[in-house]
Design a protein around this ligand. Structure first.
Ligand code: MHQ
Length: 264
């Protein structure tokens, strides 16, 4: 597809002309982010809704539980990497992202892509029975037993449940995801000022849609979740390090290259 045609912002000047921004351009900014989100979420909400009572059978659950830690870690790392790849696509279409230096783009993706995957997890979560969409069906925490990191799994499920409770719209999820990614406070950015300006434009966008829907109070809520996301990703890294020490072979030969690059 022709990126320039999809993308209304071709230069930083275009983007910065948002200051002082006209409602029209802030709407365009939001529309671009929402479109990018929609095109990279793998499943539409209606599709997930239709699948929400497809649960694993007892036999299928037992099959997951009798996998070795190696096998299950490898399996999940592949699923997670797949999800990360969609987030990378999402990022590329956030107005301003592609105008950052390659190094800064990579820094933001390294620190933020997993966080966005976890934000997205709430779309794939059924609060009625505490299950998450995984491998084509909905899975409870017991499905992940053989990973032997119950505390991480519980924390991820708790976070998803909490995000669901906010009842965000797709638009709000899209703008929040962009804000999680475009974070000028990430360590070792080359051009923090530039990231900051893109961040401000996304912040404006989010504020704008929250204001329009009379939900400004959500902003505070969302800022708190960003801190939780941070600690969840730290926990994921810790578990990964622990796993890598015990199973160096799996970690080195069986994890997807992108997973290793991002997290190892
Ligand atoms: C995404 C789609 C998606 C894909 C994969 C520590 C470790 C190795 C694994 C889903 C954690 C286990 C993940 C696969 C488990 C909690 C992981 C494994 C939204 C998120 C979602 C649904 C992931 C959610 C978390 C899952 C189930 O767009």
């Amino acid at each position: 597809p022709d990126l320039v045609a999809i993308h209304p912002y071709n230069s930083l000047d275009d983007l910065y002309s948002l200051y002082p921004y006209s409602p029209r351009s802030i709407d365009d900014l939001c529309a671009s982010i929402v479109r990018s989100h929609r095109e990279t979420t793998q499943y539409r909400l209606e599709e997930l809704q239709a699948l929400r009572w497809k649960l694993f059978t007892r036999e299928e659950i037992q099959a997951y539980q009798s996998k070795t830690a190696d096998e299950m870690w490898q399996h999940c790392s592949i699923r997670l990497t797949d999800a990360v790849q969609y987030v990378v696509e999402f990022a590329k279409h956030i107005p301003g992202f592609r105008l950052l230096s390659q190094n800064d783009q990579i820094t933001l993706l390294k620190t933020g892509s997993m966080e966005v995957v976890l934000v997205r997890m709430c779309r794939f979560f059924n609060t009625e029975n505490n299950t998450v969409f995984f491998d084509g069906k909905f899975a409870g925490t017991e499905v992940f037993e053989s990973l032997v990191c119950g505390d991480l799994i519980t924390a991820l499920f708790d976070f998803a449940r909490g995000m669901c409770a906010l009842q965000l719209t797709e638009q709000q999820i899209a703008l929040f995801s962009a804000l999680v990614l475009i974070n000028a406070d990430r360590p070792s950015l080359e051009d923090r000022g530039r990231v900051q300006r893109v961040q401000r434009s996304v912040e404006l966008g989010l504020t704008h849609i929250l204001h329009r829907e009379n939900q400004e109070s959500l902003m505070h809520e969302l800022h708190q979740r960003m801190a939780v996301l941070h600690s969840l990703c730290r926990l994921h890294m810790e578990k990964l390090r622990w796993f890598t020490q015990r199973h160096p072979l799996t970690a080195h030969s069986l994890f997807p290259p992108l997973y290793k690059e991002l997290f190892a």
